[in-house]
Every structure is written in C-alpha cells, then in structure tokens.
Design a protein around this ligand. Structure first.
Ligand code: FES
Length: 129
C-alpha cells in the first residue's frame, strides 16, 4: 500500500462567505481544519493532509486533490468547508488502499462520485495497446 496525500486548497471561498477574518477563515481553511480534526478522531495516522494555495478550480471550490506516487491523481470540487471532511478522508483511504488509485466508482462517497473534476494519470503512465 502506498499512502496517499490529501491536498486541501486553503484559499477557496464559499459563496456564503463574507470577507475572511481571524475568527472566520476561508472555507478551504475550514475544510483543512475539519479534515485534520476528523483524521485525529478516526485515529488515521496514514493519510497525510497538506494545505495548498489554489488548485485552479476556484469557481467550483472548495477543492482537494488526492495523489500518491505511481497512482492516478483525483481533483474533487464543490466541497463544503463544514460538511465534507468525512467524504474526502474516506476517499483518500480508498485511494491509499488501491494499487493504482482508481477506486471502485460505486464505493466512493456520493459527493465524490458526483464532483470529481478531473483524474490525471501517474507519471510514466504507459498507454495500453
Ligand atoms: S482558490 Fe481554491 S482552487 Fe483556486
């Protein structure tokens, strides 16, 4: 098993957000905090969670990417800062457990199934003939 990394865009805003403040950070930052809290509660030491600035999916944020060496990378959007931490962690665990990262579609959380923006092949991917 190659552990996967969950990258969370910290600069995404939600349409309901006014200007961010110290006591109300951006939706992406809230999603990152929620994912880290959820991973702690779930006692999940395997999933690496990393905050990043902008994954170029700004109009459909919040946005995350799940990646690992040698595996397909997934970009997932339309995430809510408060509601989807469990879904993205569940998908990251599925991705970690799968040899290529192409997890079984029907086993993915529903929001992940419906809001996958892109999947990108691993480096050195060989076209099948
Ligand atoms: S600000 Fe989050 S994808 Fe651009």
């Amino acid at each position: 098993m190659t552990p996967s990394t969950l990258y969370v865009c910290t600069t995404c805003r939600s349409s309901a957000d006014a200007a961010p403040s110290a006591d109300r950070p951006r939706a992406g930052e809230r999603l990152l905090m929620a994912a880290r809290e959820r991973a702690t509660v779930d006692a999940d030491p395997e999933t690496r969670i990393v905050g990043v600035e902008c994954l170029s999916n700004c109009s459909r944020g919040c946005t995350v990417a799940v990646a690992a060496p040698g595996k397909w990378t997934y970009v997932i959007g339309n995430l809510d800062g408060e509601q989807h931490a469990g879904d993205i962690l569940a998908f990251a665990r599925q991705h970690s457990a799968h040899e290529t990262g192409v997890t079984v579609w029907r086993e993915r959380p529903e929001h992940i199934r419906k809001n996958t923006i892109a999947r990108v092949p691993p480096m050195n991917f060989q076209e099948s003939s």
